[in-house]
Write a protein that binds this ligand. Structure first.
Ligand SMILES: Nc1ncnc2c1ncn2[C@@H]1O[C@H](COP(=O)(O)OP(=O)(O)OP(=O)(O)O)[C@@H](O)[C@H]1O
Length: 210
């Protein structure tokens, strides 16, 4: 049985359909990697899967409290320390131990540092460590490796493998090969017809005619 599925889903941005006719399902142990060019609609789809925006048509089927989402913004509290941030999220999600997350993402030496004083890559590591304290089965991740160095990418990939190996699942938009045994879902063929004109109208063209 799938942990999350969508049937004939249309997702939208600014009230306009971006992708339509989407059918997909993810079960325990599976990693689904979303591909498609910039602006294709991957973020829009992920945000809809995570329940951060409503579906335009069709729907997402998942039990409540299924998805943990990590998007472009890290969602960190700048004045709280690394430990306090993780403890905060553990509290929100139901009290999971933060020790393995601190250890796995090499955050122990930074644990008393306010999140606002971390480097971009360290912030990203903390944002991803947050996933481990949620206890949620489906990790929905939008370009999770941005700002990460090679070693941190490997640490992140290991966390995902461990999570899915323990019966979780992940849906990830990424342009890089993370070495997973994954199912690839290219969103390109699902581009909504209504979106064609708007997407083809690029900014330089716009500038030239102001
Ligand atoms: N706030 C907004 N209002 C209207 N349209 C938007 C808004 N944000 C994004 N879009 C448009 O929606 C479409 C889908 O964007 P989305 O961010 O989902 O693409 P993406 O596949 O994640 O791109 P990337 O690979 O660049 O991150 C794009 O054409 C984009 O320009």
């Amino acid at each position: 049985m799938s942990l999350i599925s969508v049937k004939d889903l249309t997702v939208s941005r600014g009230g306009m359909p971006v992708l339509e006719g989407l059918n997909l399902a993810v079960s325990k142990g599976e990693i689904l990697v979303l591909r498609g060019p910039n602006g294709a609609g991957k973020t829009t789809l992920l945000r809809t899967l995570a329940g951060l925006q409503p579906a335009y048509a069709g729907g997402v089927v998942a039990d409540p409290e299924t998805v943990a989402y990590a998007g472009h913004a890290d969602g960190l509290k700048a004045t709280l320390t690394v430990t306090e941030n993780l403890a905060f999220w553990a509290g929100v999600y139901g009290g999971h131990d933060i020790t393995p997350a601190l250890a796995h993402f090499n955050l122990e030496s930074l644990k008393s540092r306010p999140a606002g004083n971390l480097s971009a890559g360290q912030k990203r590591r903390l944002g991803l460590a947050r996933l481990m304290v949620t206890g949620r089965p489906v990790w929905v991740l939008d370009e999770p490796t941005v700002s990460l160095d090679k070693a941190s990418v490997a640490i992140f990939a290991e966390a995902v493998k461990t999570h899915v190996g323990a019966g979780g699942a992940a849906i990830i938009a990424t342009h890089i090969d993370l070495g997973f045994e994954e199912t690839v879902f290219d969103v390109t063929p699902y581009k909504a017809r209504h979106d064609v004109v708007r997407n083809d109208f690029d900014e330089s063209f716009d500038e030239a005619f102001r």
